[in-house]
Design a protein around this ligand. Structure first.
Ligand SMILES: *[C@@H]1O[C@H](CO)[C@@H](O)[C@H](O)[C@H]1NC(C)=O
Ligand SMILES: *[C@@H]1O[C@H](CO)[C@@H](O)[C@H](O)[C@H]1NC(C)=O
Ligand SMILES: *[C@@H]1O[C@H](CO)[C@@H](O)[C@H](O)[C@H]1NC(C)=O
Length: 423
């Protein structure tokens, strides 16, 4: 009896101690966090290694700017002492907007319990969907002062969807175990981080342009620095940011110019919807900008006219407009080609050669835009290649997007963040 009492006291002490350790980790209040994102060589998609679970495990996730939450393959030896699946109709389920009660016919494991809530996970490349289980587990991210990755912080009960492995079958870079959603949705990564740490609804993305190189995503308020000590958070130009019901990010582009020549377009394709949503979506899951067919056709024509004296060559898929690259010079802003300007209210997003031209083969350089066919859902989807080496600040509270235009003009780039951690 006495020994079991002593045992109980000891247990309570250990519990208190454990509690103390986990608390002291979270009481440190960071002002911003940073996620390192690598450009995958084979797919040109951007992948972040994120630490989750207890003990922590680093797993690669594809970045989906418009994704609604984080989902992970739970059928690959998920082992964690802090996994927990909230019961259906709980507050966590309503927070995640999940009203479906999940059933699982086999033996219990992460992703498979009875009476938890279901959360539909989607493969952003195929739009294939599968039911996952809403779950909570620890997530760890480095804090930062804007210069280097700093001490790690832990979110003990991060909400995500625990999904079946078949969702990873198509479109993903090798070894990737899920998707991290940055959309404006109740349990997306930026929304959960902002509410957990009490910082503003603001994040900034700076994607690397070379395969194998790292870029960064910052959560929280600037400044953000790239070597050699350049604050890339300003100056930036601001344009209104509109958000769809699904939490996707849109901007309002009024016209397109190439070398100051207006690209003739059917203006109804760029007129905002009745709900006031812009017609141009920003995406990280499309490697190259996709244009509605008539926009693609008109833009290519003006571009070819303006790139005088450079012969066209047989196109290389998925591109439709390619040139003999021996005849294209180089500048500090990349290949010497006409600039493509996205003209918005009061501001211009200038796309230089480094963001418009793709060396598709030796001696073949292609215009890095893709024909999206007729009647696509969005008139323009600005893809990852056009975002690289630009800092984009998603300022949700003020409904605006801040963009730096190419950082090459400021003699830095997204892979110039100082990735050396200061523990
Ligand atoms: C869920 O309930 C069914 C029917 O009661 C049972 O056969 C099954 O094993 C349960 N699943 C889990 C994961 O407990
Ligand atoms: C412009 O686009 C709209 C909607 O896509 C279409 O209904 C209309 O016929 C087009 N106008 C012209 C002149 O092509
Ligand atoms: C990067 O940061 C580390 C740690 O603060 C510092 O020692 C190093 O000099 C920095 N690198 C450069 C190139 O400034």
């Amino acid at each position: 009896m006495a020994s079991s009492f002593r045992c109980l006291i000891f247990l309570l002490f250990s519990l208190c101690f454990l509690f103390f350790i986990s608390e002291s980790q979270t009481t440190f209040k960071p002002t911003k966090l940073v996620l390192t994102v690598q450009k995958d060589r084979a797919t040109n998609l951007h992948v972040a290694n994120i630490q989750k679970r207890t003990p922590p495990l680093k797993l690669p996730f594809v970045i989906d700017l418009n994704g609604r939450f984080l989902w992970v393959n739970c059928e690959n030896q998920y082992s964690s002492s802090t996994y927990n699946a909230p019961l259906c109709h709980s507050t966590q389920c309503s927070k995640a907007d999940s009203h479906y009660c999940h059933k699982c016919p086999t033996t219990a494991r992460p992703g498979c319990h009875n009476n938890t809530c279901g959360l539909m996970a989607v493969n952003p490349f195929t739009n294939q969907a599968a039911m996952g289980e809403l779950a909570q587990d620890a997530l760890l991210l480095p804090s930062t002062q804007g210069f280097n990755p700093g001490p790690m912080v832990r979110i003990p009960q991060f909400l995500f969807s625990c999904a079946p492995s078949r969702l990873l079958q198509k479109g993903f870079p090798k070894n990737v175990q899920g998707v991290v959603g940055l959309g404006h949705a109740p349990i997306s990564l930026p929304v959960q981080l902002a509410s957990h740490f009490g910082f503003q609804q603001k994040f900034a993305m700076c994607l690397a342009s070379s395969g194998g190189n790292n870029g960064v995503i910052f959560f929280g308020q600037g400044p953000y620095f790239m070597l050699p000590g350049i604050d890339v958070s300003r100056p930036v130009s601001y344009t209104p940011l509109t958000i769809s019901q699904q939490g996707e990010y849109y901007i309002d582009v009024k016209s397109i110019k190439i070398n100051n020549k207006i690209v003739p377009l059917n203006s109804s394709l760029l007129t905002p919807t009745k709900r006031g949503l812009g017609r141009v979506k920003i995406s990280t899951t499309t490697p190259y900008t996709i244009l509605e067919h008539s926009i693609y056709y008109s833009l290519s024509k003006v571009f070819v006219d303006q790139l005088k004296g450079v012969p066209q060559v047989k196109p290389v898929t998925p591109f439709g407009t390619c040139f003999d690259s021996k005849r294209i010079g180089n500048t500090k802003m990349g290949p010497s080609v006409p600039n493509v300007d996205l003209v918005m209210q009061n501001v211009v997003w200038r796309i230089y050669g480094s963001n418009s031209m793709v060396q598709a083969r030796p001696d073949v350089m292609c215009l890095g835009f893709v024909d999206g066919g007729v009647r696509p859902r969005d008139s323009i989807v600005i893809g990852a290649m056009q975002l690289e080496d630009n800092l984009l600040q998603f300022d949700i509270g003020s409904s605006r997007l801040g963009f730096s235009s190419s950082l090459l003009s400021r003699r830095t780039k997204c892979s110039n963040f100082n990735f050396t951690s200061i523990p």
